[in-house]
Design a protein around this ligand. Structure first.
Ligand code: FAD
Length: 580
């Protein structure tokens, strides 16, 4: 470990960033002269360029250091903190967030999980030196179907020879290094691919070329590139881990990256809700404001509740990497499945409030259409929602039999979002099937407590509803047959996996509210009822709240949303003040 600390960039300036520090750095979005304000963000999108001034600012605070473990001279110590910092960037400009650095982190995590000391040192130096690392996994022809990846690495002498194409890879052209997924064996199965760490500076020029940039409808500033290799020699030291280990390494790294996606991307929904309120409170129709229309007030309240639900699920998910790594193989995919769906649904609902204002590329609310376009890829990049469900499905029978309704709740700090987390141990992220589920354990505990007679209040009824759903899921998942757990599983089996994600989100919200104490400003009672009511709506069967109860919760949530808008506070679970 000492050798790992020897870095030419040792003594890196600056303390670890926080979400507040990033917000302060980005400044008031409405300020016309702010080089990273709303106007500049929109102009860069129109030019299909990265926000150059934003990249300069992030360079100045060495954002890359946040991706490098502290033991290697960087500042990466906590996934929740990193997610909070990146969420602040996403609130301003998702293209900047993805294009500046998140893709570097997605790549580097593979090296932190399985690289040797020299590879770890090199990756750290590339990042601390201000360069990017790309993660070249996908081939357009095969998408999520990694097992079919054709890109070949053939053993040659002591090294390897690369042939094939990688496409739609973020920052590929401007990255200095890349983590590459390649076929190294002919057999069908999970041991036929390997990962490599390449430094483009060291590649022979005749062995590779860049492909033209791929253009997209959202994230238009993000440079999606491709590369073609022809018999390109690389040294044996480029191999990460052992031959045939790529799927295993990726499965470990994906637990971190899939967990982070919703935790980070939900930032753009915060801004979208702010834009919607800005429009609804000021625009006049029928002799009042748009915000006077009951339908609009409910829509805003529901989107606010959805944002809180995504935050609870994602926040517990990133904390679990530190505090319950034995279970994150299932939490990460659940979070990547449900968070993005809820986020895009909320965007769609808010668009119904903004109407034409949310579609126009000019005017005071033009940022909305850019954020919506930028948000779209969250459902399919990295891993599609279907692929996430197919990862969850085989894990359910074992969890149902061994853990649900019998296993204990996770540690208290898992749900206390203000508690520090212990160091992340990459090796503890299990590749096999989890057998414990402490988040569901917390729900089971709470459901047991509301069984007492006379508990008829809305919260108790909602807890009981999710407890009953867990009971049914347990019976049905325990009975799944082996053919229900494969890619060819019937839709009914996928439905069970989806219902698990909803119950998991409810468990996260309940446990986070319980841990936050009575009067946490970011966790109002109406927020929890709204979250559970919205999640209930994603389950089969009737809702739990009466029409009058729902109207009351939504009225309170709308007022809370307006208060946070007026006070310039975040809509998420922190309710933290922001500049402007
Ligand atoms: C903005 C952006 C940035 C990107 N950056 C990178 C990058 O840096 N590195 C990189 O390697 N790639 C990158 N990609 C590629 C991207 O991650 C892949 O395109 C994607 O993961 C592969 O999915 P696909 O959309 O081609 O879907 P496909 O795999 O073709 O799937 C099509 C559909 O089939 C269904 N399906 C697929 N698999 C399953 C399953 N297992 N179970 C059930 N249903 C399933 C789903 O409905 C899915 O939507 C990027 C793409 C974009 C748009």
């Amino acid at each position: 470990m000492d050798a790992e600390k020897t870095s030419p960039h040792g003594g890196l300036p600056g303390a670890a960033l926080t979400g507040s520090a990033m917000d302060a750095l980005l400044g008031d979005p409405a300020e016309e002269t702010n080089p990273v304000g709303r106007t500049a963000v929109l102009a860069a999108d129109e030019r299909r360029e990265m926000l150059a001034e934003g990249e300069k600012l992030l360079d100045a605070v060495v954002l890359n250091a946040e991706f490098v473990p502290a033991g290697l001279g960087g500042r990466f110590t906590s996934v929740p903190r990193l997610a909070e910092v990146l969420r602040a960037v996403w609130r301003r400009d998702p293209s900047l967030g993805a294009g500046y650095g998140f893709s570097s982190f997605l790549a580097a995590v593979n090296v932190w999980c399985a690289g040797d000391a020299a590879q770890r040192r090199h990756t750290a130096d590339v990042l601390l030196g201000g360069d990017r690392v790309a993660v070249a996994f996908h081939e357009l022809a095969h998408g999520n179907d990694f097992a079919q990846a054709e890109f070949q690495a053939r053993a040659q002498g002591g090294g390897w020879q690369l042939t094939g194409r990688k496409e739609t890879i973020a920052n590929l052209r401007r990255a200095r290094a890349l983590v590459l997924f390649a076929r190294t064996g002919a057999a069908v199965g999970s041991r036929s691919h390997s990962e490599f760490l390449l430094d483009k500076v060291e590649l022979p020029a005749a062995g590779w070329c860049d492909l033209p940039r791929y253009h997209t409808s959202g994230m238009r500033g993000l440079q999606l590139g491709g590369m073609e290799f022809t018999d390109c020699p690389i040294p044996g030291t480029a191999l990460i881990g052992a031959p045939g280990q790529a799927v295993e390494i990726a499965l470990r790294a994906f637990q971190i990256t899939r967990s982070m996606f919703p935790a980070v991307c939900v930032g753009s929904l915060d801004t979208a809700l702010r834009i919607t309120l800005d429009c609804a409170l000021e625009r006049r129709l029928y002799g009042g404001t748009v915000a006077d229309i009951p339908f609009v007030r409910s829509t805003v309240a529901r989107a606010f509740a959805d944002l809180l639900a995504i935050d609870a699920l994602a926040s517990v998910g990133v904390r679990a990497l530190h505090l319950a790594p034995e279970s994150t193989a299932v939490y990460a995919s659940a979070s990547k499945f449900l968070g993005p769906r809820m986020m895009l649904d909320a965007f769609e609902d808010l668009r119904a409030v903004l109407g034409a204002q949310g579609y126009l590329r000019q005017g005071p609310h033009a940022l909305f259409q850019k954020l919506f376009r930028d948000a779209a890829p969250i459902t399919f990049t990295h891993a599609s929602r279907g692929a996430c469900l197919s990862t969850i499905l085989p894990q359910l029978p074992r969890l149902a039999r061994r853990s649900w309704l019998s296993g204990p709740a996770g540690p208290a700090d898992l749900f206390d979002l203000d508690a520090p987390v212990p160091p992340l141990d990459f090796q503890r992220l299990a590749v096999g099937m989890p057998t414990t589920d402490g988040v569901i354990g917390a729900l089971a505990e709470m459901a047991e407590n509301v069984r007492a007679p006379g508990r008829e209040d809305p919260l108790s009824r909602l807890v009981a509803r999710f407890g009953a759903e867990l009971g049914e899921l347990r019976s049905r998942c325990a009975e799944l047959s082996p053919s229900d757990l494969t890619m060819d599983a019937p839709a009914a089996a996928y439905d069970l996996a989806e219902r698990y994600t909803v119950v998991l989100a409810a468990a996260c919200a309940l446990a986070v509210w319980r841990a936050g104490g009575e009067r946490h400003p970011g966790r109002p009672d109406a927020g929890l009822l709204g979250v559970l009511d919205r999640l209930c709506g994603r389950l089969p069967g009737a809702g739990v709240l009466t029409a009058a109860e729902r109207a009351s919760v939504e009225a309170q949530l709308f007022d809370l949303a307006v208060a946070r808008f007026t006070d310039r506070a975040l809509f998420d679970l922190t309710a933290r003040p922001i500049p402007g």
